[in-house]
Design a protein around this ligand. Sequence first.
Ligand code: GLY
Length: 369
Amino acid sequence: MAVIPVALGGRSYEVHVGADLLDRADGLLAPFLRKPRVPVVADAAAWAAHGERFTAVLSRGGHEAVVFEVVPGETSKSWAELARLTDWLLGEGVERGDHVVAFGGGVVGDLTGFACAILKRGCGFVQVPTTLLAQVDSSVGGKTAINTAAGKNLVGAFHQPSLVLADLATLATLPLRELRAGYAEVLKYGVLGDRAFFDWLAGNAAAVLALEPAALEQAVATSIGAKARIVAADERETTGTRALLNLGHTFGHALEAETGFSDRLLHGESVALGMALAARYSARRGLMHTGEADAVVQAIADAGMPSAVANLGLDCDGARLVDHMRHDKKMDAGTLPFILLRGIGEAFLARDVALDDVASFLDEELARR
Ligand code: GLY
């Protein structure tokens, strides 16, 4: 069991990490619940797996869970679902001082967080992430958003939760592919800023993915600790520090766009491939040793994730992938900032990357055998 503070002055909160936290949810949530009825926005699959237990624990504390179920998948991060949810919350009489529980993965967390950011100009919410990706990344840090026809996460707000409960036992019901995709974000913290963690993961990836309790808790708590430090240093991504969390995301976004944001490539898988590309591009520019880049690629492959774009069967060239990048929301006055590496654990923000050069690099990568 670990408790990780996210230090943000008046908006500070704690992230609790441990097995079977849901069994203690009545006590942990008590300070945030003012009324007997507790609005819970839940991913339908996560609720089917864990809802009964959560409801029973809340009722032990004298609370009744009233549930708004969300269909799993990115399509739920829509204007239509936001309208349906805010109408429901208003119908439930949610007030500014109340807290809504977001129960599920990143989709539910992002949708609920944004609804709470705008409901009566802001009410409270608590995150109960049930996927590895949500536990180590999206539930912490207050980024909330929905998707629009123009792209992913283009409408949103910074709105911090009041508490995050990351129950490691909920990961037991995740499909292995999703678990691996979440592991990409774990690996990311090692690659971007913590060489010792990267080395530790090299020996412990199998144990983490097998959900061995001690290894899993160490991996999740270390990841959240890294995220908490970065968010505390740069809450709104204005100084370049929080931008480091986007390692792998610019290359990855192009791959996600090319595959239609479909199940062909999960978000975490695109981040893994994006990290491999960021490492290889950094080596190509002479910023990091080729051996170090190879170690990043190997760590991704060892975790059972795709690590080479040539194997994806894409029918496109580098210029087309770069075109997708031009629509990235990180585009800033005609330039696209990239997170590159001087070594494992030494990520930095590069503003001088020429997109033509990236297109040539991607042509080489697409042709590699
Ligand atoms: N997932 C990136 C961030 O929270 O900034």
